[in-house]
Structures are given as structure tokens and as C-alpha cells.
Ligand binder design. Sequence first.
Ligand code: GDP
Ligand code: MG
Length: 446
Amino acid sequence: MDLGKGLRTAMAKLTGAKLVDEAAVKEFLRDVQRVLIANDVPVKLVFELSKRIEKSVLGEEQAKGLSLREQVVRSIYDELVALLGEKYEPDLKPRRILLLGLYGSGKTTTCGKLAQFYKKRGLSAALVCADTDRPAAYQQLQQLGAKCGAPFHGIENEKDVKKILQKHLPLIKEDIIIVDSAGRSGFDEELVKQLKTIVDEVQPQEKILVMSADIGQTAARQATEFHQAVGLTGVIITKLDGSGKGGGALAACHAAKVPVLFIGLGEKLEDLQAFDSKKFVGRLLGFPDFEALMEKIKEVGEQEKLQETEMDKLTLGAFYSQLKAARKMGPLSSVFGMMGMQDMPADMMKTSEDKLKRYEAIISSMTKYERDNAECLRKQKGRIERVAKGAGVKPEEVRELLTQFEKMANLVNGFKKNRGLRKKLEKMLGKSGMDMNKLQGMMGGG
Ligand code: GDP
Ligand code: MG
């Protein structure tokens, strides 16, 4: 299972548990351990991480004002961020960058991506082909240069790297000079020799090892080998879009004290990001901005006491609460999302703030009977018009709300026919009905 999916599943299990006690936390930590180890995160790091979480959550030092659920989520987030290392702030000063690494790791592609990255930030960039091994290396880099508007330098079919560099480097006036080098299928003397020649000629301020995410925790060994040979300033991990092992590569680099500078997330020029562990973890867990989410969970908790959802029969009131919560915190925050019904109809997710206000007005213009038995509104003449008048909206808008509600009610009904899920749902909500607020607070999904 890939890292993100595994973590989200573990989170959903924890947040969906009716009662989060010590046993539930321990089970959660076991799940997390399994997922991390299966994704090539070094075992030692995994055990250290889970020990720290256990201590911070179950130990004496519990943070005040947070539920156990909240604490676990907070803690796993912080620990994952720490596991992956620092955020990288690219330096926007003119300099020379050498990319190196094994065959197919993504060096040439990354040269183009870097040129584009710096150009977007107002610097000029030039590309130099110092890969004299691969026949097509010259054309590949030339095309990338043309695509992002970075001048390209090289000598086609020239086998002497020195010649190329001595002739072309003096011609380059751009701020950022990016040099592509040849790879090998493995780390060997021949490669080191060639890299040393290039380093001597270029005198790069940055020597960056490019590695593909799918090598997992062997990234640490590779980085160490290259570092001892030519002295690295950092690494770029590519193909994080395709590999579930990316977490392993990132964690291993951090443990080996080689900073991850950028990550590659696709084949296109724009698929490069300066590495930011918070952003990365947020994405793994399914929330682009985790900090803001935690804030919001609290805020919502204070502002409104959402009513418990009677899942036997979805009422308009419960529907409205869900709609509002989903808008505030994202699709996975609602009970529906947590149950795996992530495809709340897209138009519902996009309900505007303004529209929500009008829906609120509409619902508050209904009698309790109407709220609990929405079907009567369409069946009995005059009700829709009365509600519309009371809320100061057109009858069409009341119908629109009812249509959305009916869509959701259908989803819930279909859902209830599924016995397995139904059991899970009942367990979650409990006989006494659970505080919706807490449920929503503790999202998950996945
Ligand atoms: P090199 O041999 O190290 O120069 O590697 P290349 O730059 O030629 O890349 C090898 C292959 O990996 C090409 O097909 C690239 O399109 C692909 N590639 C490079 N970076 C990424 C990435 O971040 N994501 C994905 N999905 N593919 C990538
Ligand atoms: Mg190449």
C-alpha cells in the first residue's frame, strides 16, 4: 500500500473509533509502523517515531485542551515532518549548479525543470550538456532549453568533456548555469573520474545528486557514496509522483544528513517543487494545510454545536451541518467523507458562503416537522412557497436546496444497504449518538 494511502487508512480507523483510549492509540501506532516500514522508512526511525508519539500522547505531558484524538493527529503530523527534514529555501543568487547521478534518475529532465524554476523567479538560466556518453543527451537537453527559453550549450558528438566546458563556459552570461552530466548504471571509478573532471572545470557552488524515489532507503547509501567522491550540497528526489517508496528515500536522506532540496513530481517542466516537509506530509495525510485545519477544527468546535446526525433518516438540519462543515474543512471532514463516501457531489462541495447563508435562512423558516420530514415540502402544496417567503428567497432556491438534500439522502440510503459499512457507521455513531463535532474534528478519510 502506498505511504499516503496507508497513513490515511490508519488515521481513518483511529478517528472513526467510537472511543479513543490507550488501546486505540497503540493500535494506531502499530498500523503506522507497518505502513512506514512497508514503505522503506528505516526501521530504527520508525520505532523512534512511534515511541515519541506514544510518550507525548499517553505520557504525563499531555497538551491541555486537546482531545486524545486531536493529540494523536497533531503528534503524528509533527513527527512525520521531523522525520523528513527541513524546508529548503532556494537561494536566488547567481551560481553554477552541477547535476549528477545514475542513469535514468532524471538528471536531464531536472536540468530543464531547474532552469524553468529559476527563470520564473526572475533569474536567467543557461544549460550545458556535459554528458558525453549518451548519444541523445545533447538533443534532449537542447529541446528542454528551447521549451523553457534557456540558452543551450554543448558540442554534438564531442567525447571530451573538458573541451566542451572550456569552450562554452566563458560564453555564458546567464545568472544560473546548470550542467548536466553522464550517468552510469552503478556507482564506479569511471563515473567518479569523469565527475571530478567536470567539477574541476565548472567549480560549481552546488553539486546535486539526482535520485529516483523508487530506490527507497538505499538513497542514503547512494548519497553517501557520491558525497565521499565529489562532495554533495544536496539531493533532488524525482518521480515522487509515481512511487510509494518516496517516503523511504526522503527519510533516509534526512537520517544521513543530506538535505533534500527539490522534489520531482512528474515529467513536465513545472513538476518541480522546493522541498517542504510540512507540505509533503500535509499531502500524504490528505490535507494541504494541516496547521490551518487544526485551527479550524478548534474554531468550529467553539462556534457551533453541530447537532448529532440521525443516520437512520437524514434530516435537513443534519444535512445543513454537514454541508457547512464540508465547506469549511474539506470533503473528508464530514461524517460522509470519513465513511469513505468521498464523492459528495461536486456541486455540493462548491456551495458558496453566500448560498450557505440563504440555505440557513430557508431551513430556519421551516417548522420542526418540515425539517425532520423534508418529503412533505414537495408533497403538500404551499409549503415551499411559504418557506421561500419567510426566508426572502425565490421558491426555486428552496427546491434547489431540496434537490441537493435528496441527492445526499439517496447516497446515505444506498450506503445503509451495504451491511458492512452500516455496521461501521453504527459503531461510529453509537447508540447514544456521538458528538458530531468531535467526529468532524477528527477527519481522516483515505
Ligand atoms: P537521466 O538519465 O538521469 O538524465 O534521466 P532523464 O532526465 O532522461 O529521465 C529519465 C526518465 O524519467 C524520463 O522518461 C523522464 O521523463 C522521467 N522523469 C524524470 N523526472 C521525473 C519525475 O519527477 N516524475 C516522473 N514521473 N518521471 C520523471
Ligand atoms: Mg541524461
